[in-house]
Ligand binder design. Structure first.
Ligand SMILES: [Zn+2]
Length: 144
């Protein structure tokens, strides 16, 4: 599971989880990490400790370290960083682009601004601050 093809399959249960977190926090950005093992994806919410959490996010450093450790111990692979935009936009803000440090990871932005309709944006933000869109598709779990 790689984003090198600029295409990413997100598991429906993870997409639903992200929407729920965003809906439960309409005033503040939510944030966290997504990992995977061979056949499943996992979501790790992390507290937003930014000074202006309505328009910015900063993952709690202690929780972030703990989550990295959990992902490593469970032999999962870190896939993505997500956060929500209460204003409904799925474009990375200038602050998002400037502060982003994990250039190999998928950068996911969730919007719940449109009456609970999930809107997800996927990007790779490069070291030189250029932004490449990633096409997101819903992963089919089982054939019916
Ligand atoms: Zn943002």
């Amino acid at each position: 599971m790689s984003v090198s093809s600029r295409l990413f399959n997100i598991a429906p249960n993870i997409a639903n989880q992200l929407l729920t977190y965003a809906l439960d926090s309409p005033e503040q950005e939510v944030c966290g990490l997504i990992s995977c093992d061979n056949d499943r994806q996992f979501c790790y919410p992390i507290s937003n400790v930014a000074l202006s959490p309505a328009t910015q996010f900063e993952m709690d450093p202690a929780q972030l370290i703990y989550t990295f450790k959990q992902i490593r111990e469970r032999k999962q692979t870190l896939l993505a960083i997500y956060h929500s935009h209460p204003d409904g936009s799925i474009q990375p803000s200038i602050t998002d682009i400037q502060q982003h440090q994990y250039h190999k990871l998928l950068y996911l932005i969730i919007s719940s601004g449109n009456q609970g309709v999930l809107n997800l944006g996927g990007y790779i933000i490069n070291e030189d601050h250029t932004v490449e869109p990633v096409t997101l598709t819903a992963l089919k779990q089982e054939s019916s």
